[in-house]
Structure formats: C-alpha cells, structure tokens
Design a protein around this ligand. Structure first.
Ligand SMILES: O=C(O)CCC(=O)C(=O)O
Ligand SMILES: [Mn+2]
Length: 218
C-alpha cells in the first residue's frame, strides 16, 4: 500500500479548480508542488520501459509514444486494445507505480469528490510537435465508477472534452505544465482527445508534452 504523507490541505494555497462538465474538473497547477519528484520517477520508468509508438488494431502507428507503470499497462497492437501485466517489449512486469504518482492521482481525485481512487494503471503519453490523440472513450477498464485522472507536464496542449456520442461538439481546454483534469461519474465515458501539438519548449521536458493518465483498470 502506498504512503499518504502529504494531505491536500498541507499543500498550501491550492490551485484553482473549475468544473468543466458534470463530474469533470480542471485543477490548474495541481502537480506543480511535486514536479521534481514526478519527473525523476518518470525518468526511471522510461529507462526501464522505454516509450514506443504502438500500432492500432487497424494498422496505424500512433503519433503519441507510450509506456506504462502500475500493475496493469494499456497496450494496442493488431490484436486490439487491452491491459497487460507485462511489457510486451521486455517480457517483464510494467515498472511499479511510484508513490509520487499514486499520491498525486489519489489527492487530485479527492479534490474533485472521488474519495477512494486507487489507480492500478498509469499510461504515460509523450507528444512531440504534431502528435495528437483523436476523440475516443476510455472504456477498456472494468470499473467505470472510478474516475480518470490526467496530468499534463511540459509544453501546452489543447484538450477536447465532448459528450457521450462522438458527434457531440467538444469543449476545448488549454492545458499547461502541472494541470490536472479529472473526469468521472456522468462524464466517465465522454469522448475526449488532444489537438495536434504546436511546437514549443518547456524547461522540464524540452520539446515534448508528457501526459500521465491514471485509471483503475482491473
Ligand atoms: O494526453 C491527454 O491529455 C489525454 C490522453 C488520453 O486521453 C489517453 O491516454 O487515453
Ligand atoms: Mn483517453
């Protein structure tokens, strides 16, 4: 079990939180206080389970490079989208989820009213200029009562949050370093995506945006 050594009320002035849709929130800067630890832990994960461009079931190579930590990791290949316990590249279990990741996700969920979120999967997405994620639903998880917690690091991106049908017009949110988006409840299965990344540079990540998507998958 992970340690809970920093409660949200001990973080000092909390960043602004806004409800962007029913049961969906943006908390600006929520990850900033712990960014140094998060980035160091991220480097370790990537050294063990490198970022890679996965193939979709339809045979397209994803523009976003991905890896995972936690007991379950999300993968895609010609066989489909699914969670695995092991990294298909190395044959080894995915790296353990660091305490810093677990605490961040757990506290962001509490901050938005989801009190017992303990993720078992963290998908790490790396976007370079031009990379994007088309509108999709996160629905490979077993339990939709748990929210998604999504952390943005590095260069800015435009996040889209739509409705329960693909054709619903999405709202657009500018996400910057340290922002956290949480969606659950009535929004858990809403379509969402990321617009093609514009060229930029950030001291923490260089030319890249990193996204950490926390889920209770199993
Ligand atoms: O990069 C993001 O902000 C969203 C990522 C996402 O939706 C996913 O990995 O399923
Ligand atoms: Mn998603």
């Amino acid at each position: 079990m992970f340690q809970m050594d920093l409660l949200p009320e001990q973080l000092g002035d909390l960043p602004s939180k806004q409800e962007i849709a029913k049961d969906a929130y943006l908390i600006n800067g929520f990850a900033l206080p712990n960014q140094a630890t998060l980035l160091a832990d991220l480097q370790h994960i990537i050294s063990v389970a490198p970022l890679r461009h996965m193939e979709t079931p339809g045979g397209f190579i994803m523009s976003v490079a991905m890896t995972n930590c936690g007991t379950l990791g999300w993968v895609t290949d010609r066989q489909g989208y699914r969670y695995t316990t092991h990294d298909p590249l190395s044959g080894q279990p995915w790296p353990a989820m660091p305490n810093s990741f677990m605490q961040l996700a757990h506290h962001a969920a509490i901050e938005t009213g989801f009190n017992d979120f303990v993720p078992d999967a963290c998908l790490i997405n790396q976007y370079k200029v031009g990379a994007r994620m088309t509108l999709h639903q996160d629905k490979n998880e077993l339990d939709f009562s748990q929210p998604i917690v999504s952390v943005s690091l590095g260069i800015p991106a435009v996040f889209q949050l739509g409705g329960l049908s693909r054709s619903d017009k999405p709202i657009k949110l500018a996400l910057t370093h340290g922002d956290v988006v949480v969606w659950g409840g009535e929004s858990r299965l809403k379509f969402h995506g990321v617009m093609p990344l514009k060229a930029n540079c950030h001291p923490a990540t260089g030319d890249y945006r990193i996204n950490l998507t926390f889920r209770k998958a199993g």
